[in-house]
Design a protein around this ligand. Structure first.
Ligand SMILES: NC(=O)c1ccc[n+]([C@@H]2O[C@H](COP(=O)([O-])OP(=O)(O)OC[C@H]3O[C@@H](n4cnc5c(N)ncnc54)[C@H](OP(=O)(O)O)[C@@H]3O)[C@@H](O)[C@H]2O)c1
Length: 252
């Protein structure tokens, strides 16, 4: 049955770049794509050792340093992929920065880091990928947004604003790139057990879980499964959509 549905080869030989994939959701998406046959490019900003260990786990995957806030860094990574792998089929804009801080205390530096990582990084990585996808006549972009961008998370307004902007960017790019054969979708996770929200879960896991219709915190595999679906031909007629992976926290 599994074989008939094509499990294990839904992304066979596709080249996938996952930004911020040394840990957390990005690392699990990289693993899931690899299991489906993709050639994954792992990227790290600070955690080179962790990223290299993951790359080894994925059969000596290409492992590159990438700071998505810098165009020069993005250009270098896309150039290396051109040289080493010759094509790109899937881009996952996963790299993200969350700083939970009171609105009145947010500095210009914190605002810029948040917006530059989440929005500028997604924007220019998508632009670089689109150049390759246009030439190929196909491609997939998956943007990792956040439930905070949908209902206005109260603890990190700069983060929420950046994630809301990603949802608008997703829809604009779906319209612009659709005629080129490129699909652009977003995944909007709720509470997912990663280092990003570790501090929150240490204090409030039971309370948070109790407030969700499904009664539990999400796991990285929940998001990775959604990413595999959107990246695969199973989603061939799906573009400009937001796939909520949030245990029912927000329904819209
Ligand atoms: N966990 C959740 O509950 C949740 C909920 C909604 C949305 N999300 C989103 O899911 C995505 C993955 O987050 P996560 O939960 O897996 O958190 P995480 O464990 O903190 O991972 C975030 C990754 O992004 C990388 N990153 C940060 N700034 C970067 C930059 N300028 N350039 C390149 N990489 C950068 C980090 O690397 P460095 O540390 O080396 O910078 C890290 O590997 C993010 O977009 C996040 O906003 C998470």
């Amino acid at each position: 049955m599994l074989d008939r549905l094509g499990a294990g080869r839904r992304l066979m030989d596709r080249v996938a770049l996952v930004t911020g994939s040394a840990r957390g959701i990005g690392a699990e998406i990289a693993r899931a794509f690899h299991e489906e046959g993709a050639r994954v490019v792992v990227t790290y900003r600070r955690e080179e050792e962790r990223a290299r260990a993951l790359a080894r786990e994925l059969g000596d995957a290409l492992c590159l340093e990438l700071d998505v806030t810098k165009l020069s860094s993005l250009e270098k990574v896309f150039g290396t992929i051109d040289e080493c792998l010759g094509s790109l089929d899937i881009l996952v804009n996963n790299a993200g920065h969350l700083a939970q801080e009171p609105f009145l205390e947010i500095t210009e530096a914190s605002y810029e880091r948040t917006l530059d990582t989440n929005l500028k990084g997604t924007f220019f990585a998508t632009q670089a990928a689109a150049r390759r996808f246009e030439a190929a006549g196909s491609g997939v972009v998956i943007n990792i947004a956040s439930v905070g961008g949908q209902f206005g998370g109260p603890k990190a307004p700069h983060y929420s604003a950046s994630k809301a902007a990603i949802l608008a960017l997703t829809k604009s790019c779906a319209r612009i790139l659709g005629p080129m054969g490129v699909r652009v979708n977003a995944i909007s996770p709720g509470f997912i057990r990663t280092e990003m929200i570790q501090h929150l879960l240490e204090d409030e896991e039971r309370e948070i879980a109790a407030g969700l219709p499904l009664g539990r915190i999400g796991e990285v595999g929940d998001v990775a499964a959604a990413a595999v679906y959107l990246a695969s031909d199973d989603a061939a007629f799906v573009t400009g959509q937001v796939l909520n992976v949030n245990g029912g926290q927000f329904m819209g």
